[in-house]
Design a protein around this ligand. Structure first.
Ligand SMILES: Cc1ncc(COP(=O)(O)O)c(C=O)c1O
Length: 403
């Protein structure tokens, strides 16, 4: 197993000038740990505030309806964020905008657009491309079960070609609108060379789901991904109490996403925006601490005769996938400290059986073909004491030969 690499010193691209909503431009490049606690908050001191304000308004009064008409026209034509106060919450919200600013800074992209969930974010990307007549998607399995389902079932009119990473270039067609990958992938933690994948995509936008790695461990935009997607429900929120999604990308694509978000309504609630901004401030610390726990648990699981296989990413992280000789359902039934629940990325540890829950919706044959065996368990390691976690897993794995 390779050692975990924590790149927290990388200088990130930045923007300049204060223009409200914490949107700042040309600040000197700062390290990720600094951006995590300051990005999206640059205007607070001038406002006489320390914590970010939560703006719960659904509408905004204005005596200047000519001016509002002009701002709506500009948004409809370009998708640029309206200058001045928002018109209506579906067009934009200042608290959510702070989170978007901060996440874009951490991912090293121009912009970010937040949605009500990770699936709403992916749907918006597909709708943007489908509306351009680019309905074909090339994708590499495994993906999160519901992402797989959205593409396979063609619910939004997409048509998917599933390929190995080496087959991406050959699968591209004139109507290919997107290449989609996850790395490390849910649930097997399979990793891809994102730079090579981006190269194979040519001019077709690459969407990399960065939910598992977070920008603390990997910034796919630096490797050529045009779109970086997060289920912000996971590490970005970090406490299991926010459902959200976000796409970090260039401003051109962000404008199209904002137009789709406005028209289809999958907006993020401002309270969620606030919690996500707060979550980002501890993201590097949480990811680093949970990853140290996970690396140690992966080492102990790999040495355990009750465990047949352990998957732990080269880039590290707080997720472990492992296969047991015994019955995985009994392991799920046996945990007491670790919570038996789907989802991941919280301060507390969660375990689930992908074949039963997160990837249940993927047809069995496709699931097996993607390396998701019926013996596989997915563990999201939290911030508990590592020995307490091991005591719980050890008991759940059962007697000498396992359950
Ligand atoms: C890798 C990945 N992408 C996307 C999603 C979908 O996100 P959400 O549940 O926030 O809609 C998930 C959810 O588990 C996920 O694990």
């Amino acid at each position: 197993m390779d050692s975990v690499v924590y790149d927290t010193q990388g200088a990130l691209g930045a923007q300049d000038d204060l223009s409200g909503n914490g949107r700042a431009v040309a600040a000197p490049a700062r390290a990720l740990a600094t951006e995590a606690v300051h990005a999206g908050r640059e205007d607070l001191a001038a406002l006489g505030l320390h914590a970010a304000p939560i703006d719960l308004s659904t509408t905004y009064p204005s005596y200047d309806s000519r001016g509002e008409a002009a701002r709506i026209d500009a948004f409809a034509a370009e998708g640029a964020e309206p200058e001045g106060p928002p018109v209506y919450a579906r067009l934009g919200n200042p608290t959510v905008a702070r989170f978007e600013t901060a996440l874009a800074r951490l991912e090293g992209t121009e912009s970010a657009v937040a949605f009500a969930s990770g699936m709403a974010a992916l749907s918006a990307v597909l709708l943007v491309r489908n509306a351009m007549g680019l309905r074909h998607v090339v994708a590499v399995r495994p993906l999160y079960g519901c992402s797989d389902h959205l593409l396979t079932a063609g619910l939004l009119g997409s048509e998917v070609t599933w390929v190995d990473p080496a087959g991406i270039a050959d699968a591209l067609r004139p109507d290919t609108g997107l290449v989609m990958v996850e790395s490390p992938a849910n649930p097997t933690l399979a990793e891809l060379d994102l730079r090579a994948v981006a190269h194979a995509c040519g001019s077709v936008p690459l969407l990399a789901d960065n939910t598992f790695a977070t920008p603390v461990l990997q910034r796919p935009a630096e490797s050529g991904a045009r779109l970086v997607l997060h289920s912000a429900t996971k590490y970005l929120g970090g406490h299991g109490d926010v459902m959200a999604g976000v796409v970090a990308c260039d401003e051109d694509f962000a404008r199209k996403l904002r137009q789709v978000r406005f028209a289809t309504g999958g907006v993020l609630h401002p309270l969620a925006g606030y919690l996500l901004l707060r979550g980002l401030s501890t993201l590097p610390v949480r990811v680093r601490a949970a990853s140290a726990n996970a690396a140690e648990l992966a080492r102990r699981l790999a040495a355990d005769p009750r465990v047949s296989r352990v998957h732990y990413p080269r880039i590290g992280g707080a997720m472990i996938a492992f296969e047991v000789h015994g019955d995985p359902h009994e392991v799920i039934a046996g945990v007491r400290l670790v919570t038996p629940a789907v989802s991941l990325g919280s301060v507390d540890s969660l375990i689930q059986h992908p074949a039963s829950i997160s990837h249940r919706i993927v047809p069995t044959e496709d699931r097996h073909g993607a390396g998701v065996s019926d013996k596989l368990l997915r563990l999201s390691v939290g911030l508990e004491d590592v020995d307490d976690l091991w005591t719980d897993l050890d008991a759940a794995l059962g007697g000498p030969g396992g359950r």
